[in-house]
Design a protein around this ligand. Structure first.
Ligand SMILES: [Zn+2]
Length: 431
């Protein structure tokens, strides 16, 4: 039996390709798991393709969340992340993975798992095609030093360089793709201040050296000015939050912008300050512990990072009661409204830079020939209204690896097969 490669032709779409070019009308051909032609497609190549009539809808790359927690369980009870039984927790994580791809996210960088192997088994199940979900780089429990945990029940404790080495080795042994260091506090804990820095230089250096030796990356919860500088000094690959970056830290980030990524998780600050009242954390309480000041400092610092060309990526800490799963694309709106990104810049940071942070810049995050076919067909223009990406009903088609995860079946056509050719993955009308 000859094998056939599945083909899909997106015809007459507005191509938002994440190269920075303005969108333009054209066709995009997908063969197997790859995009093989963009713009004008030679009709001889579309023989037997399934055709999706774009009618001018936007075709763009799937989105990336640079700070993902499949295991954060939409609760206001932070300790509940530790006490939730592992069976229920795995089911929840599987549901989160599906919610991400349902929301147009085809790339996610795991930023800590509430229990040892939840992230790892979800990643493997997604890769094996057993459950739907984004491409995922898995994490383990976050590492903290004694007295420096944000939520003790989900923390892996380590102290001193030797302790760090052992903790990193144990996490690599269970199969994580990156290591999370929880270097500073977080005001909502009531005891751990955001501007406290708990790690020593020796501990960060040991953790990073051990992870990099094994080809794994390190990310860090780093809110304080000192923690940001510590991250850059020791080559922590992905810096989360960076709220209190000072002038020296800003210069260090700029001098290292060829490799460092900052993912602020800005929606966490916005929502914790303004939207957590129904969950027992009113705005006055949030202001009293410093979230208003932190948000203001973070906005000023992140705008400056953007101005200096430091890579700032959206995503972060969805999965608390006031930052529920499925609302991920709020980050892009904040990037535009708060951080001074144009809608095009926000989309590039969520797509092309997403490909970079996933370590696959030449095949993820752009609508270009040779790239993997992770695509969204959006009913609307995200450049005119970035909030359209928050409306799942506007995401008419979601494709990952050349396969549809979601399809609005009312506009599927098939090109007539050439004489002598039959079959080839034509979808029946109405599917
Ligand atoms: Zn987080």
């Amino acid at each position: 039996m000859p094998t056939t490669t599945s083909k899909t032709l997106f015809r007459d779409v507005s191509i938002l390709d994440s190269t920075g070019a303005d969108p333009y009308r054209g066709d995009v051909l997908v063969e197997g798991d790859r995009i093989t032609a963009v713009g004008s497609v030679d009709p001889s190549r579309t023989d037997g393709a399934r055709v999706v009539e774009g009618r001018g809808r936007t075709l763009m790359s799937g989105l990336c969340d640079a700070h993902t927690h499949f295991t954060w369980n939409n609760s206001a009870d932070l300790d509940g992340l530790g006490t939730m039984p592992v069976e229920e927790h795995l089911l929840f994580a599987i549901e989160s993975a599906r919610t991400y791809i349902d929301s147009g996210y085809t790339m996610c960088l795991g930023a800590a798992s509430a229990k040892d192997r939840l992230d790892v088994v979800c990643r493997d199940a997604i890769n094996a095609g057993r459950i739907p979900g984004p491409r995922y780089l898995a994490n383990g429990p976050e590492i903290a030093v004694t007295g420096g945990a944000l939520i003790k029940s989900i923390t892996k404790f380590a102290d001193g360089p030797e302790g760090m080495r052992k903790a990193v080795r144990e996490l690599i042994d269970i199969g994580v793709d990156q290591i999370k260091l929880s270097m500073t506090g977080e005001e909502i804990t009531g005891t751990q201040r955001a501007e406290d820095t708990y790690f020593s230089d020796e501990e960060v250096a040991a953790a990073v050296a051990e992870a990099h030796r094994r080809g794994k990356r390190v990310c860090a919860h780093a809110r304080s000015a000192e923690s940001v500088k510590m991250c850059v000094r020791h080559h922590v690959d992905v810096i989360y939050h960076a709220s209190f970056t000072d002038a020296e830290g800003m210069d260090m980030l700029e001098a290292n912008k060829d490799w460092v990524f900052v993912a602020p998780g800005i929606n966490w600050l916005v929502a914790t300050l303004y939207e957590a009242e129904a969950f027992g954390f009113p705005q006055e309480a949030a202001e009293a512990v410093g979230y208003k000041k932190e948000l203001e400092m973070a906005i000023a610092g992140l705008r400056e990072m953007h101005r200096r060309g430091i890579k700032v990526l959206p995503g972060g800490d969805y999965g608390f009661a006031w930052t529920p799963h499925g609302t991920y694309a709020r980050d892009l709106q904040h990037f535009v409204e708060l951080l001074g990104f144009t809608p095009m810049e926000a989309i590039i940071s969520a797509t092309a830079w997403g490909g970079e942070i996933m370590l696959r810049p030449d095949e993820l995050g752009k609508v270009q020939p040779g790239y993997l076919a992770d695509l969204l067909l959006v009913d609307g223009d995200p450049l005119a209204d970035i909030t359209v990406l928050q409306d799942r009903t506007k995401l008419h088609y979601i494709m990952k690896d050349g396969k549809f995860h979601k399809e609005a079946g009312d506009d599927v056509a098939a090109t007539p097969p050439l004489p002598g050719n039959v079959d080839r993955n034509q979808a029946p009308a109405g599917v």
